[in-house]
Design a protein around this ligand. Structure first.
Ligand code: FES
Length: 157
């Protein structure tokens, strides 16, 4: 039964939740990769919370599923294995350290570049993990590597 019309409307279908695996498996592996409506995503399980984001780093397309998770300024981040960019798991913000050049004694401070990596929604139902792609209308830098010529998974249509 097509309750929400998503089977008919391809735009709606793109934003329907997709089952990507079992809760018990991701709790063991702490990360998994999936293709959700032709978009590659990585799902992390970190300190009891789920986070999903585009798998390719917004900077140059690095494989975020191979990065380490570390905390910066109290915020858990995935560190891209290619050039060590730090991306917050919860919001997809790019973090960097800055120092006030007029004050050489100042300690470097963590700052945000804003949202750079697109974050997707994770839900759990009956032991299954579902990912729903982000519908946020802003242009996110990671879209570049998740769509078009850089997309690894080609649509069959
Ligand atoms: Fe991720 Fe450069 S590709 S930091």
């Amino acid at each position: 039964m097509d309750i929400d019309g998503s089977e008919e409307d391809p735009e709606m279908k793109k934003y329907s939740a997709v089952c990507v695996g079992r809760e018990e498996d991701i709790k063991k592996s702490e990360r998994m990769t999936a293709v959700v409506h032709d978009r590659e995503v990585v799902i992390f399980y970190h300190k009891g919370e789920y986070h999903a984001m585009d798998i390719r780093c917004y900077h140059s397309g690095g494989p975020l599923h191979l990065g380490d998770i570390e905390e910066f300024d109290g915020r858990p981040c995935i560190v891209c294995p290619w050039h060590k960019y730090k991306i917050t798991l919860a919001t997809g913000e790019g973090l960097y350290q800055s120092i006030n050049p007029k004050d050489p004694s100042a300690k470097p401070k963590w700052c945000s570049k804003g949202i750079k990596q697109r974050i997707h929604k994770v839900t759990v139902d009956n032991g299954n993990i579902y990912v729903t792609l982000s519908k946020e209308p802003f242009k996110c830098d990671s879209d570049f590597y998740a769509t078009g010529v850089f997309k690894v998974i080609k649509s069959s249509s």
